[in-house]
Design a protein around this ligand. Structure first.
Ligand code: MN
Ligand code: MN
Length: 280
């Protein structure tokens, strides 16, 4: 159940309206990393969530994002206002001024319509939480760039508030993932192939400064990945020994979403019998 409180989450005051800046702000209204996208992504993940605690978190944050939409919408309206009467301001974006009447609409800063394609919803809680952490990072950096392109103190303060909340959400989503008690790279039920999973395929060649192949060396070392060269260059290549997927071989959490397809058995094939024997 939703309830609208007739008060902004953060009171917005601006000095001189700046229609061009208002136009840029639309990115956080109807853009890919904007507030509606965040609100819909978390809320719909929440509708699907089977874990009560994480559902609660997703719904709370999804709802806060709707409140952000209202705040950023108010800020945009103030900046776009001259578009209603001033020809030069109207020319900043005819889509907004002529078609939209100088108000907010679900478009991004270049007028692309908002789309549900922006949303990352897989139905797997640990996967979705990772998407949300990344979404918050994107929202944060977009707000920071907007802050850098205005000199208006009131606008800066409102954007600082909105930017800060995204880091709060990032912390909450990170904790929601960490407290599931899963190993760092454990996704789903089928473990990746040992050996192969630790091989990094060296896909590029070059001479010295133009692409010495082991520039990524320190990163690979940190990731405990072994670099292997392509057979084209006399390397051993990836270990492509055929490997049968083993059901329930991955470490799981009691908070994981119900697995999809895991109970499917394809007519008693050898693979499915073997997989079944691995179930505990
Ligand atoms: Mn937000
Ligand atoms: Mn957020």
């Amino acid at each position: 159940m939703y309830h609208h409180v007739k008060k902004l989450m953060y009171t917005v005051n601006i000095g001189e309206p700046d229609p061009r800046f208002g136009n840029m702000l639309l990115e956080q209204f109807g853009g890919a990393n904007g507030e509606l996208a965040a609100a819909m992504q978390y809320s719909i993940q929440g509708f699907n969530c089977e874990d009560a605690a994480r559902k609660d978190l997703l719904m709370d944050i999804g709802t806060e994002e709707l409140s952000h939409l209202e705040v950023v919408g108010a800020l945009i309206r103030m900046h776009l206002k001259p578009m209603k009467s001033d020809r030069a301001a109207a020319e900043v974006d005819p889509l907004v001024s002529i078609a939209g009447g100088g108000g907010v609409a679900l478009v991004n800063s270049v007028g692309d319509a908002w789309t549900a394609d922006y949303l990352k919803i897989t139905g797997d809680l640990s996967v979705d939480l990772r998407s949300n952490i990344a979404a918050e990072a994107r929202a944060k950096i977009v707000y920071e760039r907007l802050i850098n392109f205005t000199d208006d103190p009131g606008s800066k303060e409102a954007l600082q508030f909105l930017m800060t909340r995204e880091i709060t959400h990032m912390r909450a989503f990170t904790a929601a993932l960490d407290t599931m008690g899963k190993a760092q790279f454990s996704i789903g039920l089928i473990a990746p192939t040992p050996g192969l999973v630790s091989q990094f395929f060296n896909d590029s060649t070059g001479e010295e400064g133009e692409g010495e192949s082991d520039l990524a060396g320190p990163i690979l070392k940190a990731a405990k990945l072994e670099a292997v060269d392509s057979p084209i260059f006399d390397g051993k290549g990836l270990d492509i020994t055929p490997t049968e997927p083993v059901a329930n071989s991955e470490q799981t959490s009691k908070f994981d979403s119900a697995p999809v397809g895991a109970t499917h058995r394809s007519n008693g094939s050898k693979a499915s019998k073997k997989a079944a024997s691995h179930r505990s």
